[in-house]
Design a protein around this ligand. Structure first.
Ligand SMILES: Nc1ncnc2c1ncn2[C@@H]1O[C@H](COP(=O)(O)OP(=O)(O)OP(=O)(O)O)[C@@H](O)[C@H]1O
Length: 454
């Protein structure tokens, strides 16, 4: 028998005897099954249960299987859905497939077919939820639904070799996400090598990336393999890719196309097997329009793009992150964790965190270092914020143009979606943008239109 993956399956059917029978069959081969009687109930339990595949009847009282499919394709696009119906007609199959069903089964469902289709669906859905959860939870603290969505997307592609571009403001956790994806990939046994492409001059960057031969330039006393070759079999993380000099972008594009590098001063190219994850806080669309970033390289790097929300977009993460940093600092110092006074905590949670999680971590560290007692007060927070870049604390409320524009666009999109109750087509029309462009905008601002639906 071929090895099959055991998954967490959500079964939706209004016929209790069928649910019982299918549960027995699926549990019999090791899957964990939650079974519910309606589409509404399915939507309630799906996230909490951590379903990796949904198997649903098409005809049910209340919300039917098609409506459920539509809701799932918006809110949980990565969970594969298998549709079952007693009325296995062609039109049903067509509409179910159009609504995003991965597969379609007619009743009575044959046991072997059911198990085979579930195996296929799970194989498509990326790595098992439990392994994935333990990998990301070791590095990322979050309770934000937006972050959960990003993590679900990351899980789908972590195991592949696709190039990923992670976007998001500085300090939102782009590098952490890249590491998580590496650890969840078959490349985890090999190196994860990170380089900040904005931090060095062009020639140095080239030799860092691609290596150099002995004597290639004045300081080249010995040959160096470069980071691409050091990451052989693993992952290279190119941070601030938007700042890479244009001449080097051409060379990087060639490396990605040919899958080989030529060291500076070298005569031969050397094959490399490396997965590339890159990141930027810059708006690459603008950089492309300005001629500062090559469009062909962009498409190579952003086979999949992942937009991380800013901390201001997920204020529910502030308190758990604060506790996480307090615990971590206490562990390091071998002391009991300090706590924030209620008004100090209020100040932290109400603040907008332009420097995101890195700034939050700095502020907590500052507070812990300078507070003698077990409780950190409000005044200490104000002081730390003033020192760690608080635009409110320094009388000026002027933000950089790019930030102000971003905030405006974000608020504008939210307002549009409120008016149209999450209808993307209508919103795009009102904004006089085409749908693809509008979806891109929503993605960049990490806005989920489903949140505006009633
Ligand atoms: N969700 C999170 N939970 C716990 N720690 C986090 C989380 N996100 C980020 N951090 C921590 O915050 C700091 C900044 O994260 P990271 O370096 O990944 O951000 P970045 O987006 O890559 O920043 P930059 O764009 O400036 O390079 C790191 O110390 C990281 O460990």
């Amino acid at each position: 028998m071929t090895e099959h993956r055991k998954g967490r399956l959500l079964l939706v059917d209004d016929d209790p005897s069928l649910r019982r029978l299918m549960t027995i069959r699926l549990e019999g081969v090791g899957h964990t099954v939650a079974s519910v009687e309606s589409a509404d109930r399915a939507l309630e339990v799906l996230g909490e249960f951590g379903a990796e595949c949904v198997i649903t009847d098409l005809r049910m009282d209340g919300m039917d299987g098609l409506d459920l499919l539509q809701r799932l394709s918006i809110n949980h696009p990565n969970v594969p859905v298998i549709v079952i119906t007693a009325h296995g007609t062609i039109p049903d199959a067509v509409s179910a497939t159009q609504a995003g069903a991965l597969d379609f089964l007619a009743k009575p469902v044959d046991k072997e077919t059911l198990l085979a289709r579930v195996d296929q669906a799970l194989a498509q859905g990326g790595m098992p939820a439990r392994d994935w959860d333990s990998i990301w939870q070791a590095r990322i603290v979050t309770r934000s639904p937006m972050m959960r969505e990003r993590l679900a997307e990351a899980r789908m592609v972590a195991e592949t070799d696709s190039s990923i571009l992670i976007t998001g403001e500085s300090g939102t956790g782009k590098e952490v996400m890249a590491r998580v994806m590496h650890e969840a990939s078959p490349r985890a046994e090999h190196s994860f090598v990170a380089l900040n492409c904005g931090a060095m001059p062009e020639q140095l960057l080239e030799s860092e990336l691609f290596g150099h031969e002995k004597g290639a330039f004045t300081d080249a006393k010995s040959a160096q393999p470069g980071l691409f070759r050091s990451a052989e079999g693993g992952t290279i993380f190119l941070d601030e890719i938007g700042d890479m000099p244009i001449a080097l972008q051409v060379k990087l594009l060639r490396v990605l196309q040919e899958r080989e590098v030529r060291p500076v001063g070298g005569r031969h190219s050397i094959p490399v097997d490396v997965r590339v994850i890159s990141a930027t806080h810059r708006n690459l669309d603008e950089a492309i329009a300005e001629g500062a970033f090559r469009e062909d390289l962009y498409y190579r790097l952003a086979v999949v793009s992942l937009a991380l929300p800013s901390l201001a977009q997920r204020p529910e993460d502030i308190a758990p992150l604060v506790r996480h940093f307090l615990d971590r600092l206490a562990r390091r110092a071998g002391q009991r964790p300090k706590v924030y006074a209620p008004d100090a905590m209020e100040r932290l949670t109400a603040y907008t965190w332009p420097g995101n999680i890195r700034q939050l971590s700095n502020v907590v560290e500052h507070n812990v270092a300078l507070t003698r007692g077990p409780v950190i007060g409000r005044a200490a927070v104000d002081k730390a914020l003033a020192q760690h870049g608080d635009p409110d604390a320094s009388t000026s409320s002027i933000r950089p143009l790019a930030q102000a524009r971003d905030e405006f666009v974000h608020d504008y999109l939210v307002q549009l979606l409120r008016i149209t109750e999450g209808n993307v087509a209508r919103s795009a029309r009102l904004a006089q943008r085409n749908r693809t462009e509008f979806y891109k905008l929503l993605n960049r601002h990490a806005i989920d239109p489903a949140q505006f639906k009633h």
